[in-house]
Design a binder for this molecule. Structure first.
Ligand SMILES: [Zn+2]
Length: 849
C-alpha cells in the first residue's frame, strides 16, 4: 500500500475519539516537544496506523490494544504529509490507545505554531495542525482534546478549553485546559504570550474575554462589547446554545487571514479586533463588528456542525459571511451594513465574469487546493447566493431549515446537500435544484429587460466581461422587480427559468420606471432597453441606494464588456451629480478613480480632474471640514466620500493645501484635528505630495503606534509618496524586513498602485522574486494577494512582461490567482486602448451636446 500521494486521504478504519496531549514550548529556541495518548476506535483490523505529521520527529509510538502492547516502527511519508506506524501484529477491532512522543519547530511563516513578535500562536486551518501534533488532520475526524502546555512562567496561555489547573514545574508553568467538545483538528488552538484582557463578562451565561498585548489594552472594549451583543443574537437565530463553554478573543500581532474561528478561542489580526471608538473611522468599526460576528457564527456553522471535506469549505465561509451581515444589521440597523456586503459582492461579480473563474463548489483534492479557494467566489458570491435563496424562501422558512440542519447533524459532519434538504423540508420549495444550479456552475447571468405597455420581457445569458464572449448556460433566476406607477413603488418576485420569460405588471397608469434587481439582492447583472435606462436616469430618487449602486455598477460592467458606451456611462454619472447618499457616492467615486487612473492621458487628465472637482468641490465646501452639531454618521461619511473625490481623484490644489496642516496636527498627537472618517484619505493624499521630512515622520511613527488601524495607515502612506528619492526609500523597505509579513501584500499593492513607483517596483519584484517567494513561503494567502497586486499594472508592455515572467516563474500555490490576474489585466489594458480616445472625445464636449 502506498500512502505517499499528495491527494492521500485517511481511511475510516481507525477513528480518533480523544486526544490527550502535553506540549512543552521553548519560545527562545523556537522548538517544542509533545507527548500524547490518543484513544482510538479500531473499526477494521489494521497492521499500520497512518496519521498526519509534517516536520515532526516522532521518537516513540506504542499501541495498546487487543490485550497487548506493541512498539510501532515509524515510516515518514513526506508527500502525503503522514507518518505510518507499522505494527508487528494486527490490531483487532475495538478500542486502542496510542502513545506518542515527538519534537518539532516553530514555522517561519504564519501557520502551524509560529512566533508573532512576543506571542506564540497557532493557525491550523486548513491543514497545519499536523505541524504541531501527529493527528488525524481532516475535518471528518472529530474527537475531544484534553490539552496541557508547559510554558515560561509569566506568560498567559490560552486554548480552546478554560484553564482547569496551573502549577510551577521546574522552569515551566504547567497549564491544564478543560477537555473540549468533539472538534476537528483545524479548530484546535493555542496562544501563549504577555497578554492582558478585559474583565470577564458574560453573555447568555457564557464568560467572554478579549485579549491583546499590554500596550494596546485601551483598544479592547469595542471587540468585547460586540461579542457580548451578538452572541445572544446568534444563539436566538440558531435556537441552540453556544457549545464551547467560554469565549476568548485574541489580537495576534502578525496574522495571515482576518481571523480564525477556533472553538472558544478566536484569533484575529489586530486590525480586525482592536480599535478606539473615539478615533476609529466608522468603516473600521463596522469591519471589526462584521469579523467578530463572522467568527462567532462559525461556532455553530462549522464548529458544531462541520463539513465532511474541504469541498464544502465554501459553505462554511458563505454562511458565516451572510450571517455576519444579517446579525450586525439586526443589532445596528443605522450602519446599513448590507451596503458594505454589496461592496464585497461587487468584487465577486467582477471575478466571476472572467473565463478563469471557478464554481462556488468545486472538486478539492487536497488541503492546499482548499486554501487556494479562499476567495471572493467562496465568501462573497457564496454569501450572495445564500441571501438570494433566503429571499426566495422567506426569512422564516430559511431559519427553520437552518435550525433543523443544526439539530440533525449536532457534533457531527454534514455536506451541502444535507443543508439544502433541510431547507427544502422547511419550505416545500425546490431548493436543491436552485442551489445546485448556482453553486456548481461558474459565472452568472446578465438579464436583458424590456417593457411593452405593462408587459415585462426578460431573457438571460451568461455574462462575461470580455467583449464578444457569451455562454449557453442559464440559471433559475429569482428576480425581484421593482417599479413605479401613479400609486407609488411596488415589487414583484418572479422566477425566471430557461432562456426567457415575461410577466405583466398590475400597474395603475403607465409604468414610470422599472428596476429588475430590487434591493440589489440578486447575483446577476441587468441590461435595460434604452427606454428603460432613460426612465431610470429620470427616476433615480425613486430607487433605493442599493439599487442606484447596482445601476451604476451594472452599467459600468456593460461598458467593460463592450455592450454600452462610455459616453452614456459618463452622462449617467453626471445625472448622479446631486447624489446625497454616501454609499452611492462611494460607488461613483470608485468609478471616477478608475477612469482617472487608466482612461485619461495627457491634457485630458487635467480636464477630467477639473470636471470631478467642479462636480464635488462646491458640496464639500458647503459641508466644511468639521462636523457640526446634530450631524449623523451618514453626513460624516458623505463628507469623506466628497473628500476622496476632490482630494483623491481630482487632486484639487485648494483642498490639498488645507489637508496637509491638518495631517500635521494629527501627527503631532492632536487626533481630533480631523474627523476620523477623513483621516485615511487625508493621510494618503498628503503623502502623495509629501517631502522627506513627512516620510521620516510616518516611517518613525508606524512601528511605535499601538492602534493597528493607525499603524497600517502610516505604513501604507509610505507607498504613496511620489518624489523619486522617496519612492526609492519605500522600495528599499519592501524587501528589507521593515514591513510586517501580514502587511507585505498590501505594501506591494500600494507600490504598484502609485503611478510614480509602479515601474521601479515591478522591476524590483521581478529581480528579487526569489526573496518574495521565500518571504511568503509559509503564508500562501499573502502570496496570492501579491500576485493579485500585479493587476495594478497599466500598459500593454506590462501585460506582456507579466505573462512571460509568470510563465517562466510558475506560482504553484496560486495558479488560479495567476490566471485571473492576467486575464483581468489583459481586459484592463484592452479597455484602456479602446476607451482613452472615446473619453477624450466626451471630455471635449462632443458627446454631451
Ligand atoms: Zn470564516
Amino acid at each position: 500500500m502506498t500512502t505517499d500521494d499528495r491527494n492521500f486521504r485517511l481511511s475510516r478504519d481507525v477513528l480518533p475519539r480523544r486526544t490527550q496531549a502535553t506540549l512543552t514550548l521553548d519560545l527562545d529556541a523556537r522548538t517544542f516537544s509533545g507527548e500524547a495518548e490518543l484513544t482510538l476506535s479500531v473499526e477494521q483490523p489494521v497492521r499500520s496506523l497512518v496519521l498526519h505529521a509534517v516536520e515532526l520527529d516522532v521518537s516513540r509510538a506504542e499501541v495498546h490494544g487487543g490485550g497487548r502492547t506493541s512498539r510501532a516502527s515509524v515510516r515518514v511519508q513526506p508527500v502525503s504529509e503522514t507518518v505510518a506506524l507499522d505494527l508487528d501484529a494486527e490490531l483487532p477491532k475495538g478500542e486502542a490507545r496510542l502513545h506518542l512522543a515527538w519534537t518539532g519547530r516553530f514555522t517561519g511563516g504564519l501557520r502551524g505554531l509560529y512566533l508573532a513578535g512576543s506571542v506564540a500562536a497557532t493557525q491550523f486551518e486548513a491543514a497545519d495542525a499536523r505541524r504541531v501534533f501527529p493527528c488525524f488532520d481532516e475535518p471528518a475526524f472529530k474527537c475531544t482534546w484534553a490539552l496541557t502546555v508547559k510554558v515560561p512562567p509569566g506568560l498567559v496561555a490560552l486554548s480552546n478549553g478554560r484553564v482547569l489547573a496551573e502549577e510551577l514545574e521546574g522552569h515551566h508553568r504547567k497549564v491544564r485546559f478543560a477537555e473540549t467538545e468533539v472538534l476537528p483538528s483545524y479548530l484546535v488552538a493555542l496562544v501563549v504570550g504577555p497578554l492582558v484582557s478585559t474583565a470577564e463578562e458574560t453573555a447568555a451565561g457564557i464568560p467572554v474575554r478579549t485579549w491583546c498585548l499590554e500596550e494596546k489594552q485601551a483598544l479592547l472594549g469595542f471587540g468585547q462589547q460586540t461579542a457580548l451583543a451578538v452572541l445572544p443574537r446568534l444563539q436566538d437565530y440558531f435556537g441552540l446554545p453556544y457549545a464551547f463553554g467560554k469565549l476568548d478573543q485574541v489580537g495576534i500581532p502578525d496574522f495571515e487571514a482576518g481571523a480564525m474561528e477556533n472553538a472558544g478561542l478566536i484569533t484575529y489580526r489586530e486590525v480586525a479586533l482592536l480599535l478606539d471608538p473615539a478615533t476609529a473611522p466608522l468603516s473600521v468599526q463596522k469591519r471589526v463588528a462584521e469579523v467578530v460576528t463572522h467568527e462567532l457564527a462559525h461556532q455553530w456553522f462549522g464548529n458544531w456542525v462541520t463539513m465532511v471535506w474541504w469541498d464544502d469549505l465554501w459553505l462554511n465561509e458563505a454562511f458565516a459571511t451572510w450571517m455576519a451581515y444579517k446579525i450586525v444589521d439586526g443589532w445596528r440597523p443605522d450602519w446599513r451594513v448590507w451596503l458594505d456586503f454589496d461592496t464585497g459582492k461587487a468584487t465577486a461579480l467582477h471575478l466571476d465574469a472572467l473565463r478563469s473563474t471557478h464554481p462556488i463548489r468545486g472538486t478539492v483534492a487536497n488541503a492546499a487546493e482548499a486554501t487556494e479557494s479562499f476567495d471572493a467566489i467562496t465568501y462573497e458570491k457564496g454569501g450572495a447566493v445564500l441571501r438570494m435563496i433566503e429571499g426566495f424562501l422567506g426569512e422564516e422558512s430559511f431559519r427553520a431549515g437552518i435550525r433543523d440542519y443544526m439539530r440533525r447533524h449536532a457534533r457531527a459532519n454534514a455536506v451541502a446537500d444535507d443543508l439544502w434538504g433541510a431547507l427544502a423540508r422547511a419550505s416545500h420549495a425546490p431548493v436543491v435544484e436552485l442551489a445546485n444550479a448556482w453553486i456548481r456552475q461558474s459565472g452568472y447571468p446578465v438579464v436583458s429587460v424590456g417593457l411593452e405597455g405593462n408587459r415585462v420581457r426578460v431573457s438571460q445569458g451568461r455574462f462575461f466581461s470580455e467583449p464578444g464572449l457569451a455562454g449557453p448556460e442559464t440559471w433559475p433566476v429569482p428576480l425581484v422587480l421593482a417599479w413605479g406607477d401613479d400609486r407609488g413603488r411596488h415589487t414583484l418576485p418572479f422566477l425566471l427559468e430557461g432562456q426567457s420569460g415575461e410577466v405583466t405588471l398590475e400597474a395603475a397608469g403607465p409604468v414610470r420606471w422599472l428596476d429588475a434587481n430590487a434591493g440589489s439582492t440578486g447575483f446577476y447583472r441587468v441590461a435595460y432597453s434604452a427606454e428603460l435606462l432613460a426612465a431610470l436616469g429620470r427616476s433615480l430618487a425613486a430607487l433605493l441606494p442599493a439599487e442606484r449602486i447596482g445601476l451604476l455598477a451594472d452599467q459600468w460592467a456593460l461598458v467593460r464588456a463592450g455592450r454600452a458606451r462610455i459616453a452614456d456611462f459618463l452622462d449617467l454619472v453626471l445625472a448622479f451629480g446631486a447624489e446625497s447618499d454616501h454609499a452611492v457616492l462611494d460607488e461613483l467615486v470608485g468609478r471616477l478613480a478608475y477612469v482617472e487612473a487608466r482612461l485619461v492621458d495627457g491634457d485630458d487628465q487635467e480636464r477630467f480632474r477639473r470636471l470631478v472637482e467642479g462636480l464635488f468641490l462646491p458640496r464639500l465646501r458647503q459641508m466644511g471640514w468639521d462636523p457640526v452639531a446634530g450631524e449623523t454618521d451618514q453626513d460624516r461619511l458623505r463628507r469623506a466620500a466628497l473628500l476622496r473625490a476632490v482630494a483623491g481623484v481630482a487632486r484639487a490644489r485648494s483642498v490639498l493645501a488645507e489637508t496637509a496642516p491638518r495631517v500635521d496636527r494629527v501627527l503631532n498627537g492632536q487626533r481630533t484635528a480631523l474627523d476620523p472618517n477623513l483621516v485615511d484619505t487625508a493621510v494618503a493624499v498628503t503623502a502623495r505630495d509629501g517631502d522627506g521630512e513627512l516620510f521620516d515622520r510616518f516611517r518613525a511613527a508606524f512601528p511605535q503606534e499601538p492602534d493597528p488601524a493607525v499603524k497600517r495607515r502610516y505604513l501604507l502612506a509610505l507607498t504613496a509618496f511620489e518624489r523619486p528619492e522617496l519612492v526609492d526609500r519605500a522600495q528599499a523597505m519592501l524587501l528589507d524586513g521593515a514591513v510586517p509579513l501580514q502587511d507585505f501584500a498590501s505594501f506591494v499593492h500600494g507600490m504598484l498602485a502609485n503611478r510614480e513607483a509602479r515601474e521601479g517596483s515591478w522591476k524590483l519584484l521581478r529581480d528579487r522574486w526569489s526573496t518574495v517567494m521565500e518571504k511568503t513561503a509559509g503564508a500562501p494567502m499573502l502570496l496570492r494577494r501579491v500576485v493579485e497586486a500585479l493587476g495594478n499594472l497599466r500598459e500593454r508592455r506590462h501585460l506582456d512582461e507579466a505573462r512571460s515572467f509568470l510563465s517562466a516563474h510558475p506560482v504553484a500555490e496560486a495558479q488560479q490567482a495567476v490566471a485571473q490576474t492576467l486575464e483581468r489585466l489583459a481586459q484592463d489594458v484592452a479597455l484602456r486602448e479602446r476607451l482613452v480616445p472615446e473619453v477624450s472625445v466626451w471630455l471635449r464636449g462632443s458627446s454631451t451636446t
